[in-house]
Structure formats: structure tokens, C-alpha cells
Write a protein that binds this ligand. Structure first.
Ligand SMILES: [Zn+2]
Length: 173
């Protein structure tokens, strides 16, 4: 969630959903609630040989909640975000899911790729931030588990997400 928008290879929501489903399967997650800390501590290290993550004190993150370097298989999470996610805070859990999205989706970007200014329009499916947000939503709230009787409140409770994430995902089902 560095906020730097980059033009990347196009990915549809359906394609991103497949990545999220695959990761959920690797995690053997038995309940609706995806344990993102377990992903960082056990699942990613045991499936990506040189994966590393760390939590960094707030003052050293220059306003970033998380930073991911996909080609180095590294994720840095701001310490308070990590602590919040451990305690089940939906926003912080989503930040971690978002960063994992960057890790899995954005390897091998050409070195010439440039940071895109906020005022330049990129189609959503080619925007790195849209893709990582989409991944986060699909990882924490898999559409296959959302039923007709669900509403934003039930999603918040079952999946441990923020109200805004629940509302977005309900519209994307
Ligand atoms: Zn991001």
C-alpha cells in the first residue's frame, strides 16, 4: 500500500481470484477467517524459498503501511499495522493481504517501468494498486463463501474485515 500506482500487466478480477484461491488452499484455511499472520509466518516461508518479512517501526516507514519488493520476496509491514492485524483489525489485515498481492502478482516488472502520476489515467486492471486491492478482497472474502443471505455486517463478522471492504466485496460477487 505504498500508494505508488504503476502500470502493470493486465489482470482481471477472475484471474486475481485464482491466485487468492490457490493461496487459501496452500494455507489449509479451515474457516472463513483468513489468518494473514500465519501466511507471513508459515505459509509463504514454506512455499517461497527466500521469502522474508519484517515489521518496521512507524517512524522509518515514511508514511507507508507496508512495502513489498516482489523480486526480492520481501514484505515490510509497519509495526502498528502488524500488531493491529494480530489483534484482528480488519483494515490492518487488509493491508497485509494487499502487500501479499503485490508479492504474488508483481514479480519481474520491467526495470523501466515508471511511477505514474496521480492525474494520469490507467485502466484499473492495469494498475498495480487496483490489482493488489482486488487480491486483498478476494483473499479475505472469497466470493464462493458469500451467500445470498450475507450482508456487509455478516461479512465483517465472519471474515474479519472492515465495513468498507465488506461493502466493496459484496458489489463484486
Ligand atoms: Zn500497494
Amino acid at each position: 500500500m505504498s500508494g505508488i500506482r504503476r502500470k502493470v500487466n493486465p489482470l482481471s478480477r477472475a484471474q486475481i481470484r485464482e491466485y487468492a484461491t490457490a493461496l487459501r488452499a496452500l494455507a489449509h484455511n479451515q474457516s472463513d477467517y483468513m489468518d494473514v499472520i500465519a501466511l507471513l509466518e508459515f505459509v509463504l516461508p514454506s512455499n517461497i524459498s527466500n521469502f522474508e518479512y519484517d515489521f518496521i517501526e512507524k517512524g522509518k516507514m515514511k508514511g507507508n503501511l507496508g512495502i513489498t519488493i516482489p523480486d526480492e520476496n520481501k514484505i515490510y509491514i509497519r509495526e502498528d499495522v502488524y500488531d493491529g492485524a494480530c489483534e484482528g483489525d480488519g483494515h490492518h489485515r487488509m493491508t497485509i493481504a494487499h502487500e501479499i498481492g503485490h508479492l504474488l502478482l508483481h514479480k519481474g516488472l520491467p526495470s523501466s517501468f515508471a511511477r505514474i502520476d496521480e492525474d494520469i489515467k490507467i485502466p484499473a486492471y492495469r494498475c498495480s494498486e487496483w490489482q493488489a486491492n482486488c487480491f486483498g478482497g478476494e483473499l479475505l472474502i472469497p466470493s464462493i463463501s458469500v451467500t445470498e443471505s450475507d450482508n456487509a455486517y455478516s461479512l465483517v463478522k465472519r471474515f474479519g474485515v472492515s465495513m468498507s471492504a465488506a461493502e466493496i466485496q459484496l458489489r463484486k460477487k
